[in-house]
Design a binder for this molecule. Structure first.
Ligand code: ATP
Ligand code: MG
Length: 569
């Protein structure tokens, strides 16, 4: 491709709207432009990278038993009502009506479409297992679209769905996809870590995420420093102390805490550590008000609470609701003498003795509060988010580290959630109807572009791996000279004939501009053609990945370039 013809609007400065490296660089390198928040147009360079990722994913998927299909973006509310997710999916789903007043959504995921597709076609156990995948645009009205394609509202996903006769079949299908994902991320040159994951709105049991470890990651991963336990902190747990620490219960007392409404405020005022306090929260799960207790030094894990309550929406209750339940404003609430509401407490509350908690009286807290004697709990569950330094729940020895990660893939064992609600059955060997057992498997194609750039960049721009680079080689003719132009043209033709993807910077630009753009767009091999080096019969070559410069003999450049390409990562 000739750069004079390429639609490549590069930017010199980092755009103010972009706050992470990949977002800045995708805009600066002319890979994409924003239409609306979280909605992008992909320009030629950006789309080439997307196609490369798609092709690697497609090739690896085609090596499995999965077959490629293309499912609709526009989906009738009927199938979503059958699966009971029309309301449950919440505001993430874009809904609208057609001219006949029928309700539709723009597909945020395709479990419903796939189940509807196969339910009348797959009749017998002989038709199973079946695995179908597609690479397609998904639409989710994300509350906080940000970081460019990392969290878009319209993005490309590869999603696959497996259908089996039983759970053993599902285990095999899941393993086949798991292995394919390992190969895919390996070929994409992404260093990923597989972690246990929450299955969220998808339902089902086992679930794993493929995470790229990166500073800009929006997920937190808990990793054991001695065994291979790794889990998203959305569901990660820590070792539970089994013994009840039985200390003498001291007499309850009322403490003046004027205008002190936070754990930090109490820590300073009372000179007592948060671990000796009970944090009381009122949460609204759909329409139900639930009182939640965690230790003062812990954070409530809303994913765990949502899953336990099987709620669609979980939010903190309003101030009015707090006053209604506790008879006092937020900041002084506690579980003592509260009746008529469900009280859920984290396991660690069971072991707390002589603690501080709100007294349900303005400007007052209680001291020496203990469970059972002072308040009742309906259920103790795991409700806290793990912290760095916690003991690993699996080996019960190692300590957990917390690392930021970018979720690039997610696989789920769905089980029979969709086949049951939507009536997808097959006839077994005895002619008896059985539910199809399903799995679903996603990879964020456009998010991978950003993740790859987060892993590969420097102060000058993007550093692509060989397989993702939009072009493999860029030729920079420098200065105005017929010889330079002719040699560059000849190089351009020859390399293309060799099957190499080449960019020729034939723009009438200064050398500095050409060098900067070549670095910015990150093409792995840069060949500079200048009068002086031609006099010496050499070409100057730079490896963008290592920063190394070489001079190669012009009579033998084909071999040299081929070798350099084969050595790229
Ligand atoms: P997240 O937790 O990041 O919101 P999710 O768990 O809701 O993602 P899945 O339903 O598991 O996402 O989707 C499969 C894959 O699609 C994810 O692993 C991710 O790579 C990608 N993906 C999901 N949401 C987005 C988005 N808003 N923008 C870009 N890619 C996304
Ligand atoms: Mg996910």
């Amino acid at each position: 491709m000739r750069m004079s013809k390429l639609y490549l609007p590069t930017l010199k400065e980092d755009p103010a709207e972009a706050d992470i490296k990949s977002h800045q660089l995708m805009l600066r390198a002319g890979m994409m432009r924003k239409l609306s928040p979280g909605i992008f147009s992909y320009l030629p360079l950006g789309y080439r990278v997307i196609r490369k990722i798609e092709n690697i994913v497609r090739e690896e998927m085609n090596k499995t038993s999965s077959q490629e299909v293309l499912l609709p973006v526009m989906q009738s509310s009927k199938i979503w009502k059958e699966s009971n997710r029309w309301d449950k999916f919440g505001p993430l789903m874009i809904k609208f009506k057609d001219r006949k007043d029928h309700e539709y959504c723009l597909g945020p995921t395709h479990e419903e479409v796939i189940t509807d597709l196969i339910k009348d076609e797959v009749r017998s156990y002989k038709d199973l297992p079946l695995n179908l995948y597609q690479i397609q645009t998904k639409v989710r009205d994300e509350i906080r679209p940000r970081f460019g394609v990392m969290r878009g509202r319209e993005f490309i996903m590869k999603d696959a769905y497996s259908m089996d006769i039983d759970y053993e079949g599902l285990d095999n299908s899941y393993q086949e996809m798991y292995d394919a994902y390992v190969n895919i991320f390996d070929r994409l040159g992404l260093e990923t870590r597989v972690v246990k994951a929450d299955s969220g709105a998808m339902g089902g049991k086992d679930s794993h995420e493929f995470m790229v470890i990166a500073e800009s990651g929006e997920d937190d991963i808990a990793v054991c420093d001695s065994c291979d336990y790794a889990a998203n902190t959305e569901l990660a747990s820590s070792y539970q102390e089994k013994e009840i620490i039985d200390k003498d219960l001291k007499e309850r007392k009322l403490i003046d805490t004027p205008d002190i409404k936070t754990i930090e405020g109490l820590e300073q005022f009372l000179k007592i550590d948060g671990s000796k306090m009970i944090k009381t929260m009122l949460m609204k799960a759909d329409e139900e008000l639930v009182i939640v207790l965690v230790r003062g030094d812990d954070q409530l894990n809303e994913v765990k609470l949502t899953n336990y309550l099987q709620a669609t929406n979980l939010e903190p209750a309003s101030e009015e609701e707090i006053v209604e339940v506790f008879g006092v404003k937020p900041g002084f609430i506690g579980p003592v003498n509260i009746e008529g509401y469900k009280i859920l407490a984290d396991h660690r509350i069971k072991n707390i003795r002589n603690a501080i908690c709100g007294a349900n009286i303005e400007d007052k807290h209680y001291g020496n509060i203990s469970p059972v004697r002072d308040f009742d709990v309906d259920q103790y569950i795991d409700l806290r988010t793990v912290k760095a330094g916690d003991i690993c729940p699996e080996c019960e020895e190692g300590k957990l580290d917390i690392e930021p990660g970018i979720e690039v893939g997610h696989i789920f064992k769905l089980g029979t959630k969709y086949s049951e609600s939507m009536g997808a059955t097959y006839l077994d060997e005895n002619g008896k109807a059985q539910l199809i057992v399903m799995g679903s498997y996603g990879i964020g194609i456009t998010r991978i572009v950003a993740a790859a750039i987060e892993q590969g960049n420097d102060q000058n721009g993007i550093i692509w791996t060989k397989d993702l680079a939009p072009y493999e080689v860029i030729i920079l003719p420098l200065g105005k000279s017929e010889e330079v132009d002719n040699t560059s043209e000849e190089l351009y033709e020859t390399l293309q004939e060799m099957g190499i993807e080449v960019l020729l910077d034939d723009r009438d630009e200064r050398a500095g501009v050409k060098f900067n753009d070549a670095d910015l767009i990150g093409i792995p091999i840069r060949i500079t053609v200048g009068s002086r080096s031609l006099e010496n019969n050499v070409l100057e070559v730079r490896n963008r990945q290592t920063g190394e410069d070489f001079e190669i003999n012009i009579d033998n450049y084909e071999e040299e370039i081929k070798e350099m390409l084969s050595e790229l990562e």
